[in-house]
Design a protein around this ligand. Structure first.
Ligand SMILES: NC(=O)c1ccc[n+]([C@@H]2O[C@H](COP(=O)([O-])OP(=O)(O)OC[C@H]3O[C@@H](n4cnc5c(N)ncnc54)[C@H](O)[C@@H]3O)[C@@H](O)[C@H]2O)c1
Length: 467
């Protein structure tokens, strides 16, 4: 079968690329090795973790804030099996949605492992062992990533686990030890902390979510400490072993002294590595970078082999579903002869703890390093009437604007619904708005979004009204 576009992988990068290509009239196929579409994000990442985050947040509120709201509950308990079942249903509905969209857009899907025979020929090895070969004028590699391992720790997937197993545990851990204080560790750690687990975080750097604006990590650590999570920052993990139901994690503190923690589960969340296993890249003369195993692409996301593109986690840049989606759209539109563009500086980053953390543009540390003159406007949620009404007063919005031009250069927020609120900052920055522009726009009252306006007012001329 001859296609215009063959997409390998059906995660947010791959399925969006396939749908966009089909919308543009290109004869499109998508190959997926698993039995469901959607890749890591829909099956074992973003969607199931959000389902568990929402369930555990409801429980936490019922246990801790309902009383203050005047709602009394007796015999509150967690039915963890039901929580996992609902999460699985959400995943099934979401992945099923992709099957529907593929049919609607007349995309041919193949289940099996795709690999290059040559740059236009892909061999599909199916689960029953049979093989099929298809050809395409263009191929998009969208094979995503898998959890990184530490060479000195054996992940047994039962007691020492990755994010995948953390989404289907048979029970709520008593003591969950997290290696890595990044996005995955903190999201899944907060799920189990809310459900009553003791959660300890061992992080190599001196702050959590170390790549985001430092102020966010500090505030998040404060909030998660209130939730009961423990942090070992600047600590170096040296090993983890399992004996029966007990995991022992050994690590060095900043002075180099040996320490250990014992728990019933240990989640290793130290980043992800590009997944290109068995793709047959060598058959088309492609190699991967030694570190991170990423595929090199040019500014059009084309590899050194003409007509072979790569998108999402397998290439440079943030490992984020929405970045992969934008790249999928970009490549499909380019193949169709259009000239699309992605502004990589305006891809937001979000951590779905509660309060949520969201960020776009330059961090204060980056502006300092580049010598850019900036001003800061900040607004705390405790000064927001809406946040007081919902008992969500932790956090703030911090706006960084150019001292001379007032253009917004970065927005960093931690607070209720920050994941949704960051869209305003992205829109403003895409149109190169100044802090004053946003501060002169009407924001419905009372909403959390007023904090963005107030932070912009604070940045403009220290004109915030409510602080
Ligand atoms: N909400 C989201 O957008 C979301 C959610 C989950 C995952 N993701 C993406 O998935 C990827 C993987 O997430 P992640 O949390 O595993 O990675 P991460 O890069 O966000 O965090 C890994 C953390 O582990 C620390 N670390 C590394 N080696 C260590 C060691 N030996 N001992 C102790 N700490 C160590 C790092 O300093 C870092 O803080 C990321 O790129 C992330 O963006 C995104």
């Amino acid at each position: 079968m001859q296609y215009d576009v063959i997409v390998i992988g059906s995660g947010p990068g791959g399925y969006v690329a396939a749908i966009r290509a089909a919308q543009l009239g290109l004869k499109t196929a998508c190959i997926e090795k698993y039995s469901t579409f959607g890749g890591t994000c829909l099956n074992v990442g973003c969607i199931p973790s959000k389902a568990l985050l929402d369930s555990s947040e409801h429980y936490h509120n019922a246990a801790h804030t309902f009383k203050t709201h005047g709602i009394n509950l007796d015999n509150l308990s967690v039915d963890f099996g039901q929580m996992i079942k609902r999460k699985n249903e959400v995943v099934a509905q979401t992945t099923g949605g992709i099957s529907f969209l593929f049919k609607k857009n007349r995309i041919t899907s193949y289940q099996g492992h795709g690999s290059f025979v040559d740059k236009n020929t892909i061999k599909i090895k199916k689960t029953d062992g049979s093989e099929e070969t298809i050809t395409g004028k263009n191929v998009i590699i969208a094979t995503g990533s898998k959890p990184s391992a530490l060479p000195f720790i054996k992940i047994d997937k039962k007691r020492i686990i990755t994010s995948t197993e953390a989404l289907t545990l048979p029970e709520v851990p008593k003591h969950l030890i997290l290696i890595g204080g990044g996005v995955i560790g903190l999201e899944l750690g907060s799920v189990y902390a809310r459900l009553g687990a003791k959660v300890s975080v061992i992080e190599f750097m001196d702050g959590i979510i170390p790549t985001m604006d430092k102020a966010l990590g500090k505030e998040l650590q404060k909030v998660l400490t209130k939730l009961g999570m423990e942090f070992y920052l600047g600590h170096k993990v040296t090993g983890a072993t399992v004996k029966g139901k007990e995991v022992t994690v050994t690590f060095d503190n900043p002075k180099g002294e040996k320490q250990e923690l014992k728990g019933d589960y240990c989640l290793v969340a130290v980043g992800r590595v590009a997944y290109t296993d068995g793709l047959g890249l060598e058959n088309i003369g492609l190699t991967v970078e030694e570190r991170g195993r990423k595929i090199t692409v040019d500014e059009h996301l084309e590899t050194s082999v003409k007509g072979v593109y790569a998108i999402g986690d397998v290439i440079r840049g943030a490992m984020l579903a929405h970045k992969a989606e934008d790249e999928g759209t970009l490549v499909a539109e380019q193949i169709a002869g259009q000239k699309p563009h992605i502004n990589y500086n305006l891809i937001p980053g979000v951590v779905y703890t509660w309060p949520e953390v969201a960020s776009v543009g330059y961090t204060e540390e980056q502006l300092k390093e580049s010598g850019t003159k900036y001003k800061i406007g900040s607004f705390p949620f405790k000064a927001s009437g809406r946040a007081r009404a919902s008992m969500d007063t932790d956090g703030f919005v911090k706006v960084l604007a150019d001292t001379e031009t007032d253009e917004i250069l970065g927005v960093h927020m931690i607070g209720p619904r920050a994941a949704d609120m960051i869209a305003e900052a992205v829109t403003a920055m895409e149109y190169r708005a100044s802090a004053e522009d946003v501060s002169r726009m009407s924001h419905a009252h009372p909403t959390y979004t007023e904090a963005m306006r107030e932070a912009c007012l604070a940045a403009t001329e220290n004109r915030a009204i409510h602080i």
